[in-house]
Design a protein around this ligand. Structure first.
Ligand code: OAD
Length: 254
């Protein structure tokens, strides 16, 4: 039985599992929702980070350059939460599906590293990550553990300029390798599983549509509908940590 907030039926799970196991070249697109059960807040919606911080002040490259201190207050909070977070059942199920040869890659908008921590091997970090900090001036790179965030903004140990995270800010392009790889995965996959994203931030939001144009069915997992839902072939309405274990069971028994 699914929990009261969930609306998917066992029959839908069975059909979606059959779709995935039939072709075995699934690409997964994940967003903040998959990490909610790991204690990481999403960006949008009730309790989301953008209720507390203005994204155009703290997560836009122009805002960062104008007032790095303000951005770093938010970034420090995010980095500290991510430092404590551990993969949940949803991340672990996707890692298992990769081991089973069902999932070929994960394209994640998340900067939390939880897919890799769960054991997934092929992970495209579409929006970069916050584990690495880079000097705005000399481009030296540091791990987040090397840098003291006690005094903000943090500075480069070599040239003393301000450091930024290796994450993508609004107003910046997606790293070239991630963009090329993600596009190619979307074009080549046999099905696309979209988990825990509001599917509104471009260019990530277009990836499932690229896959669909190339003939891949779209399976969406989210407790809420999104702009993608009307295009999805299967909408498994519920949380990632509840639906993915059911889908994995379906794959194991199919
Ligand atoms: P959002 O915060 O926009 O959306 C989170 C989605 O997760 C929503 O659709 C929720 O309904 C869903 N959700 C909540 N709890 C869930 C759960 N337990 N299981 C599954 N889904 C759940 O996050 P993203 O779509 O990842 O970019 O946001 C995309 C980008 O916008 C982020 O990468 C970030 C942000 O601003 C940058 O900072 C560049």
């Amino acid at each position: 039985m699914s929990s009261p907030g969930s609306k998917f039926s066992p029959d839908e799970i069975k059909k979606a599992a059959a779709e995935l196991s039939k072709r075995k070249e699934t690409v997964v697109l994940t967003g903040a929702g998959i990490s909610v059960a790991s204690g990481v807040k999403p960006f949008r919606g009730k309790g989301g980070l953008w209720e507390k911080y203005d994204p155009y002040e703290v997560a836009h490259i122009d805002g960062f350059k104008k007032d790095p201190y303000k951005s770093w207050v938010a970034l420090k909070e995010i980095i500290e939460v991510l430092g404590q977070a551990e993969p949940n059942a949803a991340h672990l199920c996707l890692a298992k599906m990769e081991q089973m040869g069902i999932v070929r890659s994960i394209i994640t908008q998340n900067v939390d590293g939880l897919h890799q921590a769960a054991g997934s091997k092929v992970v495209i970090e579409f929006h970069g990550n916050t584990r690495k900090l880079i000097c705005l001036e000399c481009s030296s790179a540091f791990s987040d553990e090397e840098i003291d965030l006690g005094s903000l903004p943090p500075h480069c140990s070599y040239c003393h300029s301000i450091l930024r995270p290796a994450a993508v800010f609004f107003g910046e392009a997606i790293p070239r390798d991630a963009m090329v790889q993600a596009r190619s995965e979307a074009e080549q996959c046999s099905s696309v599983l979209v988990v825990g994203t509001s599917a509104i931030v471009e260019p990530a939001a277009s990836l499932p549509f690229i896959a669909k144009r190339h003939g891949a069915p779209v399976i969406e997992i989210n407790p809420e509908s999104s702009p993608l839902t009307s295009e999805a072939d299967y909408f498994l309405q519920g949380s990632a940590e509840e639906v993915l274990p059911r889908l994995l069971e379906g794959l194991i028994s199919s």
